[in-house]
Design a protein around this ligand. Structure first.
Ligand code: AMP
Length: 307
């Protein structure tokens, strides 16, 4: 039993109202696998970087129990680079640069030792590559979760539609749900998107929490009201990593357990935004995670007696 995480491992340059970074470590697979590492042991990463990527960071992944046999390091090539600038509300951002670099020729090789994959997290990446990973697994995993973003809707919509059809849970943000469905109402958007293939849809709404839909039910989890959101980069991937990490630990993919998974994912995302990049989720203590989850429970618990 293992969790396979696919996605970008990258350099990011981030600008928020609080400050600016030079190139720091980022990437969808980075955030998702680090978040999952607080819940489950057997995590395998598939991605690609250039030889500009620090060996110490790969060591930090290993220290978190993340196996990197499937992380290709390309000699003489540059890692994926993304730059973004957040608006004052911190919920919206402009992408300033997306340099695919090593991603352009990425051929995702799945090591034999990864073939026992039961949970698959297809983090943000070219949809064609996400699809290749599903096809290259000898057995279909018990649960396939897919994350994507507007960039791929604009540049690779046909491939994206194909891979969406092959997944169990799609996670996107509210703007992406509207873009994908052409519907403003998120309830209508969810109905349309569920018809595209996935059994479950999670719509992330930043500081306004997340919605989980299947064809009959809906669940809402708030985000923790934080005094300060420092840097939202990676919050979505961290959320997804916490969600699938929790499901992998409990081996239960029922709607009820997904509700709990969403709370664990939201708790991890709330840490991610407290500092720039991966700084916070790289160095968490288990106690902090437990306390944060308890804060969520307290936040939404109430008694009502209907008269
Ligand atoms: P999030 O804030 O959850 O959307 O994730 C931000 C992370 O996604 C950053 O660390 C980027 O390196 C990575 N990223 C940005 N654009 C893309 C893209 N088009 N494909 C894959 N990963 C991306």
């Amino acid at each position: 039993m293992s969790l396979l995480v696919v996605g970008t491992v990258a350099f990011d340059a981030i600008e928020t109202p609080f400050g600016k970074t030079d190139k720091i470590i980022g990437g969808a697979a980075t955030y998702a696998s680090l978040a999952a590492s607080y819940f489950t042991q057997n995590i395998n990463m598939v991605s690609v970087v250039g030889d500009d990527f620090p060996a110490e960071t790969i060591q930090q992944f290993n220290d978190h129990g993340i196996h990197t046999d499937g992380l290709q390091v390309k000699k003489g090539e540059k890692s994926f680079f993304w730059a973004g600038k957040y608006h004052n509300d911190m919920n919206t951002r402009d992408t300033l640069a997306t340099e695919l670099n090593v991603l352009m020729t990425f051929d995702p090789v799945i090591p034999q030792s990864y073939q026992d994959c039961t949970f698959l997290m297809l983090g943000n990446l070219m949809p064609a590559i996400q699809m290749q990973v599903i096809e290259r697994l000898h057995n279909r995993p018990k649960l396939v979760v897919l994350d994507t973003m507007n960039f791929w809707m604009e540049t690779a919509m046909d491939d994206l539609m194909k891979v969406i059809k092959m997944t169990d849970v799609l996670t996107i943000n509210d703007a992406e749900a509207r873009q994908l469905s052409g519907e403003y109402s998120l309830v209508k958007a969810a109905q349309k998107i569920l018809k595209m293939g996935p059994k479950y849809l999670i719509i992330k709404k930043g500081e306004h929490g997340a919605l989980l839909f299947n064809s009959e039910q809906v669940f809402f989890a708030p985000a923790l009201p934080l005094e300060e959101v420092f840097d939202p980069t990676g919050a979505g991937d961290t959320f997804a990593g916490g969600f699938i990490g929790y499901l992998a630990r409990t081996k239960d993919i029922s709607f009820e357990n997904m509700k709990r998974g969403i709370i664990f994912g939201s708790a991890m995302a709330s840490f991610c935004v407290e500092k720039f990049g991966t700084e916070r989720i790289m160095n968490l203590e288990q106690d902090e995670v437990d306390e944060r989850v308890q804060e969520f429970v307290d936040l939404v618990q109430f008694d009502i007696t209907l008269v």
